[in-house]
Ligand binder design. Structure first.
Ligand SMILES: N[C@@H](CCC[C@H](N)C(=O)O)C(=O)O
Length: 277
């Protein structure tokens, strides 16, 4: 199978994007892993597939696969790249697009300055919605990680996040602890592990160990979840500038039962073709 793709990134969180609106693309977890492999394939953190919608009044369906081959519910940086992709491929001329994802509808908007704002939906905070095994719905909950108690806030942006506050994000045990939190038994669907340093009430530094991809240069849903956690903990006031290793996002949230708005860039790097067995 010959696969045409576009390589894109949002703040260095990189994607292979496939247009499946006109032809069916037969993706297996093994094929996704090969495409995402940085030595034997194209290389990416996530693979994004753009399809025709399955629901009325929706423009597209957008599917997301982690580098480990697993299909997931949501991807914030991917949502911004998705909008740029459908414009560059002339699949639509709408600036405001309604998109079906595994976890519901999102509404990205391409702005005149080239940045993309995405309505990422209302964050889910009840343990069962995340899913997180807990008898309590307290904002801050203890999590035992290899004998150490870590204070986390569990948030779903469609996909699950465990956010902790750290003194210095550059010194945080992102690799070692992130890998343990990702597969923690209290997160039955696994989880993205966020490490957030609060600089002031409108500015944080963030690193995320992503489920199915390891640490990435930025995580859009991770940024949304971190700001939600920070506001719920009384540490932040919307809007918040989120500094990642790959660049900055602005995240706005007016509080429970309101959607999170994420604004940031999306970049096309190159187009290519790959032979898939
Ligand atoms: N990089 C993404 C999130 C991709 C999915 C995530 N690894 C998961 O498994 O939930 C983003 O920008 O949000």
């Amino acid at each position: 199978m010959r696969l045409r793709f576009t390589k894109m990134h949002g703040l260095g969180n990189d994607f292979v994007v496939i247009d499946a609106t006109r032809e069916t693309v037969d993706l297996t977890p093994e094929r996704v892993r090969v495409i995402a492999d940085r030595h034997f394939g194209v290389g990416c953190d996530q693979l994004l597939v753009v399809e025709q919608p399955t629901q009325p009044d929706v423009d597209f369906r957008y599917r997301i696969f982690n580098a480990d081959g697993g299909e997931v519910e949501q991807c914030g940086n991917g949502a911004r790249c998705f909008v740029r992709f459908v414009h560059e491929k002339a699949l639509t001329d709408k600036d405001e697009i309604r998109v079906e994802t595994r976890s519901g509808l999102i509404a990205p908007r391409l702005r005149p300055d080239g940045l993309v704002t995405v309505d990422m939906g209302v964050p889910r905070l009840q343990p069962a919605q995340i899913p997180f095994v807990s008898d309590s719905d307290a904002v801050v909950q203890p999590l035992d990680v290899a004998g150490e108690t870590v204070a986390i806030t569990a948030v779903s942006m469609g996909n699950p996040h465990a956010v902790q506050v750290v003194a210095d994000v550059e010194m945080a045990p992102v690799q070692a602890q992130g890998a343990l939190i990702e597969k923690h038994a209290r997160f039955p669907a696994r989880v993205n592990a966020g490490f957030m340093q609060v600089v002031d009430e409108g500015h944080v530094r963030l690193r995320v160990f992503e489920r199915g991809a390891g640490e990435t240069l930025a995580c859009g849903t991770g940024a949304c979840a971190a700001v939600v956690a920070g506001i719920l903990r009384g540490l932040l006031v919307s809007p918040v500038r989120v500094e990642t290793r790959g660049g900055e996002l602005e995240i706005a949230w007016s509080g429970p039962e309101t959607p999170v708005l994420m604004t940031g860039p999306a970049v096309t790097v190159f187009e290519g073709e790959m032979e898939l067995a």
